[in-house]
Design a protein around this ligand. Structure first.
Ligand SMILES: *Cc1c(COP(=O)(O)O)cnc(C)c1O
Length: 400
């Protein structure tokens, strides 16, 4: 079928999209229906761990598709067992449960936190979350999120998510009371524009949780699986969480997510959690392949090196164009402009030729970069050159 304005009418319109169809991808490059190629620093929203159509993902999919696709969640399957063992061993935690999306995994973590409150804190059910946080689009995950305008979108909200401020320990302490069961946070607020929590703050949250008998839940959906240059983000922060949620990069582009819990937080009884696709062998087989490639010798060192290269390049552009600055950890980085032009820059970057550039504008004044974790040094340099050109032409356009 040919692409036209009419043919897309059958798709529910939930966000503005350019009149393009993406048809093919390889590594850091994506190709549209005109054959134009784009250097992709969005990568399916930080999910394509090894870029587009990585052989790591292709081979795992093909092998598992020819072996067993779905025996039903009534039975154990080997890939789910293997992935649960790898994740729990690496995280120093106890059990894992698999889902298909980040929002679902966060629902699972929320359920575990409420069970913790019921069993250990006399029915406490509140989970302290944060302003500008993003935890997904199910009703509870939207309620846990702190995005502006979300609290009035589909009322009533799910109850019990008081909001504190990131890097403000006092704002958290003030909210702790007899109804509090847990604190849930992103180590680097991704959708808010790569805003890192400080080490001191996260360690302070751990101390508060220990003091009051609360669970520390880390939403590592964006920060986990190598993105920060460590397998899990919490390793970068030097804390031990009680529960982590993983999605995005864990499946290398395939819909896979996980809740991983310490022994004391592994509280589900039979009948309290489940799902038709939870822990199916196809997605878990990809998860195993992604895990093994991420933990191969020196791979994460490469992520840290590319992260440092990107940071230095963004700092250079900051000085050259008098911007506000860059921030982030590993390969989750953002550049803050001195005006609200980020959406315009994203448009121009995509539209320019002969090759386009795909980047993201999480805020009117912020550009975000989430390349594949195996992006090459040459591709990082090329992105920086393209961005330099975009910033230069914007300046001369303003001056003209
Ligand atoms: C993307 C994201 C989610 C939601 O994941 P989905 O797979 O889109 O449901 C939740 N939390 C964080 C931190 C995310 O970045």
């Amino acid at each position: 079928m040919e692409f036209s304005a009419q043919t897309v009418q059958a798709l529910m319109q939930v966000n503005p999209r350019p009149p393009l169809v993406m048809v093919r991808g390889e590594g850091s490059w994506l190709e549209d229906h005109h054959g134009k190629r784009y250097l992709d620093f969005v990568q399916g929203w930080a999910v394509n761990t090894f870029g587009h159509c990585s052989p790591i993902v292709q081979d795992a999919l093909a092998a598992q598709a020819g072996t067993l696709i779905n025996p039903s969640p009534t039975f154990y399957n080997l890939p789910a067992i293997e992935l649960a063992n790898r994740l729990t061993a690496a995280a120093g935690m106890s059990t894992a449960f698999f889902h298909s999306s980040g929002a679902e995994a966060n629902e699972g973590a929320i359920k575990l936190a409420r069970k913790w409150g019921r069993v250990h804190r006399e029915g406490a059910f509140e989970i302290i979350t944060f302003q500008d946080a993003f935890h997904g689009r199910s009703l509870a995950a939207m309620s846990a999120s702190g995005k502006a305008g979300w609290h009035t979108m589909f009322p009533p909200q799910v109850d019990g998510f008081p909001k504190a401020r990131i890097n403000d320990l006092e704002s958290v302490r003030e909210l702790i009371g007899p109804k509090t069961a847990a604190i849930m946070i992103e180590l680097v607020q991704g959708e808010a524009g790569a805003i890192p929590a400080t080490k001191e703050f996260i360690q302070g949250l751990r101390a508060l949780c220990d003091e009051h008998g609360l669970l520390l839940v880390l939403d590592e959906i964006q920060t986990g699986m190598g993105r920060l240059g460590t397998l899990f983000g919490f390793q970068h922060y030097g804390v031990r969480p009680d529960i982590i949620t993983l999605a995005k990069g864990i499946g290398g582009g395939i819909p896979l997510a996980a809740v991983v819990a310490s022994e004391k937080a592994s509280l589900f009884s039979h009948g309290e959690q489940g799902g038709t696709y939870c822990g199916n062998p196809v997605t878990c087989a990809v998860g195993v392949a992604v895990f093994d490639a991420l933990t191969a010798p020196r791979f994460l060192e490469g992520v840290r090196n590319r992260g440092a290269q990107l940071a230095i390049g963004l700092q250079r552009l900051t000085r050259r164009y008098g911007l506000v600055g860059e921030r982030g950890v590993g390969l989750l980085r953002a550049l803050t402009l001195d005006d609200n032009d980020s959406a315009q820059i994203v448009e121009t970057a995509r539209a320019m030729g002969p090759k386009g550039l795909l980047i993201n504008a999480p805020r009117p004044n912020v550009l975000r970069f989430m390349p594949a974790l195996n992006v090459s040094a040459g591709e990082v340099d090329l992105m920086l050159e393209m961005l330099d050109w975009l910033l230069a032409t914007r300046r001369s356009a303003v001056a003209a």
